[in-house]
Design a protein around this ligand. Structure first.
Ligand SMILES: Nc1ncnc2c1ncn2[C@@H]1O[C@H](COP(=O)(O)OP(=O)(O)O)[C@@H](O)[C@H]1O
Ligand SMILES: [Mg+2]
Length: 339
């Protein structure tokens, strides 16, 4: 089985003492079977909230208000809108069709079951296997995610492991589910470069075999270049640039994307490495008090008063499949400010 996911006009607001605060503003994207879409942006831009909303893992209404659709369509063409499902239907879909690797693994591992049992359970959820066979498969997965002495680790509990080991266990559980759709929220951030490369390789293999669609959230442009087909840049809860990895990394047009890429040394662009997001002066705006106009204008070197601080820019297509949100992009291209 394989499936694609189409998110349309997804918005998320959190209730506060002074009313609902919008954190994600009408974002849309889709991912085909076998495709990896990377989601990048500074801390606080709404990446985790987006993925948690799709998985329906946020506090229910009225604490949280979710609008829009997240439709998973299997290869027989049957669509299911995750946003509209109840908890029972969701449990089935989550274990089966769509899995998530969290930024913080401790909260999502079960403290009272051994690592081996949790992986074996994930395998047996979608495949009829004997306990012994599932255990053998769990052992092999622990080995594949780079856990030393995997046979010993099978019988340990999550709290007995270090943060990096727990992260690998999380990844093993998600892979054991063999989901159609995988959402990975900064899954390799805590891991060293060698293990990271190993896990990216593992994800790619599984993707090739199963046609898995992946939403990959990361801070690392090296990882984007290595694993993704397309990339989406998020700022203050909006997609501000989206396109193929080639287009966006080699000719970013939205000033925010350019800022993120600016301090990444050229060699790292080309040859990957540990290319972290660059730092841009200033801060991501408080969702409760967003600036008027373009949310990025207070930090933007190309800010033009009367334009950028007035109208919020629409997402426009600048060439096939490459979209961005900037009122001045044409001018900036003419000025040579943007390649
Ligand atoms: N449960 C919550 N209640 C209220 N605000 C939240 C909650 N979770 C996240 N936020 C806010 O939503 C914004 C986006 O957060 P998040 O999605 O975690 O960012 P990212 O993953 O891109 O670093 C932040 O301003 C954060 O403070
Ligand atoms: Mg996050």
């Amino acid at each position: 089985m394989s499936a694609n996911i189409t998110v349309s006009d997804l918005s998320v607001s959190f209730r506060s003492a002074r009313g609902y605060v919008p954190v994600v503003h009408g974002i849309s994207f889709s991912i085909r079977p076998g495709e990896t879409l990377a989601l990048v942006g500074e801390s606080g831009s709404g990446k985790s909230v987006t993925s948690m909303a799709i998985m329906k893992l946020l506090a229910p209404a009225p604490m949280t208000r979710i609008e829009g659709r997240a439709v998973v369509t299997d290869n027989q063409g049957n669509p299911v809108d995750l946003v509209a499902l109840d908890e029972k239907q969701l449990r089935h879909i989550r274990g089966n069709r769509i899995a998530m690797i969290f930024q913080e693994p401790l909260t999502s591992l079960n403290p009272v079951h051994t690592v081996g049992d949790q992986i074996a359970e994930a395998i047996r959820f979608h495949e009829r296997l004997s306990k012994a066979e599932a255990r053998r498969r769990a052992l092999s997965l622990l080995e594949q995610v780079g856990i030393p002495e995997p046979a010993k680790r099978l019988d340990t509990y999550p709290h007995e492991l270090s943060g990096g080991m727990r992260q690998r266990v999380m990844i093993a559980i998600a892979l054991a589910m063999e989901p159609d759709i995988l959402i990975a929220d900064e899954p390799t951030t805590a891991l060293d470069v060698t293990v990271q490369a190993q896990i990216l390789g593992l994800l790619r293999d599984l993707q090739r075999k199963k046609g898995m669609a992946i939403l990959f959230i990361t801070h690392n442009f090296g990882v984007v270049a290595e694993i993704a087909d397309r990339v989406m840049v998020m700022y203050a809860g909006r997609i501000v640039e989206e396109g193929s990895v080639l287009h966006v990394l080699s000719s970013p047009r939205m000033p925010y994307t350019r800022g993120l890429l600016a301090s990444v040394p050229r060699l790292e662009h080309a040859g990957l490495g540990q290319a972290e997001l660059g730092t841009i002066p200033g801060y991501v705006p408080d969702p409760a008090a967003p600036p008027a106009g373009c949310a990025f204008h207070p930090r933007c070197a190309h800010n033009k008063p009367g334009i950028c601080d007035v109208e919020p820019p629409e997402l426009v297509e600048v060439r096939a499949g490459h979209q961005l949100r900037c009122s001045r992009w044409q001018e900036l291209c003419l000025e040579g400010g943007v390649r």
